[in-house]
Design a protein around this ligand. Structure first.
Ligand SMILES: [Zn+2]
Length: 281
């Protein structure tokens, strides 16, 4: 009985998501392949600009957790090369870039009380990827021509020679400058309020199917609300950077969770999480 109700709710969540994606109309702007190629360039650039945790144990942990959440997501994007990284930064942040690359700051890991809270943050970011939200920001902020320039320019970093001969920066150099701006200004990570809601809506069934207590999302929200809601200040948490956390959003998440059957055996914490929390920067 419970299983049937659960399956029905998950089906509803999936159908709602499919409608939203189709209705956005922007999903056709860039192809998956273009998103993946742009994401690969973005990831390389980001690696030059932030300090990444290179510890194999830390990476193994976040990747195992991340992949288990990806498998549980109510929407799948086969071919997206999901990766999970830890940025060595004490501020609260987490974000997903195009192509399925998810980053969590060590400050977020330190702020999470238990594994279900970290899983909730990651499931929200996965929600942006499987919700195809980057296709919209790429289309709006860059457009198809610029995306192709970035991909092609990065492929031919040596430049085409013509511009260089005239004392102009080569196409490769121009696209490198553009890519740096895109990464530093975070222009592809600005989502609409509806996309934030949708990422929350996708995170909840993801957490449930992966066996986690979805209330990790709410308890983490509560914690951030107590710290000022992420609006303004030095903390630019992707989950609230363009839309400060509101009591309404927390209530909304609570109401969504209440639609699913409660699992008394849901996971909340794991010794591996507490060990990670104790050793990250
Ligand atoms: Zn978000």
């Amino acid at each position: 009985m419970r299983g049937v109700a659960m399956a029905r709710r998950l089906l509803i969540a999936w159908a709602a998501m499919a409608v939203l994606v189709l209705a956005s109309g922007c999903a056709t702007l860039v192809s998956d392949q273009q998103e993946i190629e742009l994401g690969a360039q973005y990831r390389q650039q980001l690696a030059k600009e932030v300090a990444l945790d290179r510890d194999p144990g830390d990476l193994g942990y976040v990747n195992a957790l991340g992949q288990s959440l990806v498998r549980a997501a109510p929407a799948q994007r086969p071919g997206m090369p999901f990766t999970f990284d830890i940025v060595q930064d004490r501020s609260l942040n987490a974000f997903a870039i195009p192509g399925g690359h998810v980053y969590v700051n060590s400050g977020t890991i330190r702020a999470a009380s238990n594994e279900s809270e970290l899983a909730a943050v990651m499931a929200h970011e996965i929600g942006h990827v499987v919700g195809m939200h980057h296709k919209e920001t790429i289309g709006r902020e860059l457009g198809l021509n610029m995306v192709n320039e970035l991909i092609l320019g990065a492929a031919g970093q040596s430049g085409d020679g013509a511009g260089a001969a005239a004392g102009q920066p080569s196409a490769g150099a121009q696209s490198a400058v553009l890519l740096t701006q895109v990464v530093e200004k975070g222009v592809l990570l600005k989502f609409s309020r509806d996309q934030e809601y949708q990422a929350d809506d996708l995170a909840i069934p993801t957490l449930i199917r992966a066996g986690y207590d979805p209330n990790g999302l709410v308890t983490f929200f509560d914690k951030l609300m107590a710290q000022g809601g992420g609006g303004g200040g030095g903390k630019v948490f992707e989950m609230f950077s363009s839309h400060p956390l509101t009591e309404e959003r927390i209530q909304r998440a609570r109401a969504t969770i209440a639609q699913y059957p409660r699992n008394p055996n849901a996971k909340r914490d794991a010794p591996a999480f507490q060990a990670l929390k104790a050793r990250v920067y």
